[in-house]
Ligand binder design. Structure first.
Ligand SMILES: O=P(O)(O)O[C@H]1O[C@H](CO)[C@@H](O)[C@H]1O
Ligand code: HPA
Length: 265
């Protein structure tokens, strides 16, 4: 059932059943959940599959692929896995995605640590937390100003130094659009003006859900393509200013022609 809007009684029942089902089938009690976007593939896994296991000594649950709004899933469905993670006892959510670079300093292949986001569907009322608040998960109006854990970002930056990755690890603001088309040039310019460093069609809804239920969030975005619409108009502006001045001067210089014309008529 595809609907945009809040969770129904049935969805809440789904949460409980799914959690029970998962807990009964694995001895793992993961504290970390990883949503693998297009940038991170678990080999041999069909789309939107979950798996839990031990990675580097830590019990983790992974989700291969995710639900996107543009696929027709409801907002509730998109954030459903996050609620499940919470009920499973997860404390930290790691989200990854592939996005288009808007920041002029970025290069294709850069890894952007997400420091903040802009929720474009949210501006249009398409927000997974709209509707009656599910108190099991969190408060009615959650704070979103510190959605991406500062500590985890600091740790990631330290690690990028240790690994000698600093020339391609960046930090930036991720913007979610609903898709499914890539952005027009005018939209790209708009997003750049709004302070977005990259744009994609996911992640933000999951993060809003995660923040609502008190998960610590860390986000990584792989820059897959670059929008090369330059915002640097300074040279052109200068040229145009000269041209404008020239036009004005010429107009004034020739204005007698107009007067003469009027006089003639
Ligand atoms: O964000 P993930 O899931 O990585 O997917 C990204 O890749 C798709 C576009 O190629 C869009 O869905 C975009 O959001
Ligand atoms: O350029 C993009 N725009 C939106 N979504 C994307 N996902 C990967 N790249 C992009």
């Amino acid at each position: 059932h595809y609907h945009l809007g809040t969770c129904s009684e049935k969805d809440i029942e789904d949460y409980n059943q799914m959690t029970e089902w998962l807990l009964s089938r694995t001895r793992h009690r993961p504290k970390i959940a990883v949503v693998c976007g297009s940038s991170l593939d678990i080999p041999y896994f069909p789309v939107s599959t979950g798996v839990s296991g031990i990675l580097k000594g830590k019990s983790c649950v992974f989700m291969q692929g995710r639900f996107h709004l543009y696929e027709g899933y409801s907002l509730c469905k998109v954030t459903f896995p996050v609620g499940i993670f919470k009920l499973l006892g997860v404390e930290t959510l790691i989200v990854t995605n592939a996005s288009g670079g808007l920041c002029q300093d970025f290069k294709v292949g850069d890894i952007m640590l997400i420091k903040d986001h802009i929720n474009v569907p949210g501006f249009a009322g398409q927000h997974p937390l709209c509707g009656p608040n599910d108190e099991r998960f969190g408060i009615r109006i959650p704070c979103m100003s510190d959605a991406y854990s500062k500590d985890l970002r600091k740790l990631a930056l330290d690690i990028s130094h240790e690994l000698d990755y600093t020339n391609f690890v960046r930090e930036g603001v991720y913007c979610m659009v609903s898709g499914p088309n890539f952005e027009t040039i005018a939209e790209t310019r708009m997003l750049q003006v709004l302070g977005c460093d990259s744009v994609g069609m996911s992640t933000v809804l999951e993060v809003a859900g995660a923040k609502h239920c008190g998960l610590r969030v860390f986000g990584l975005s792989l820059i897959l393509l670059l929008y090369i619409v330059s915002l640097d108009y300074s040279r052109e502006e200068k040229m145009r200013a000269e041209h404008l001045q020239m036009m004005l001067n010429t107009l004034i210089a020739r204005s007698h022609q107009l007067d003469e014309g009027i006089n003639v008529n």
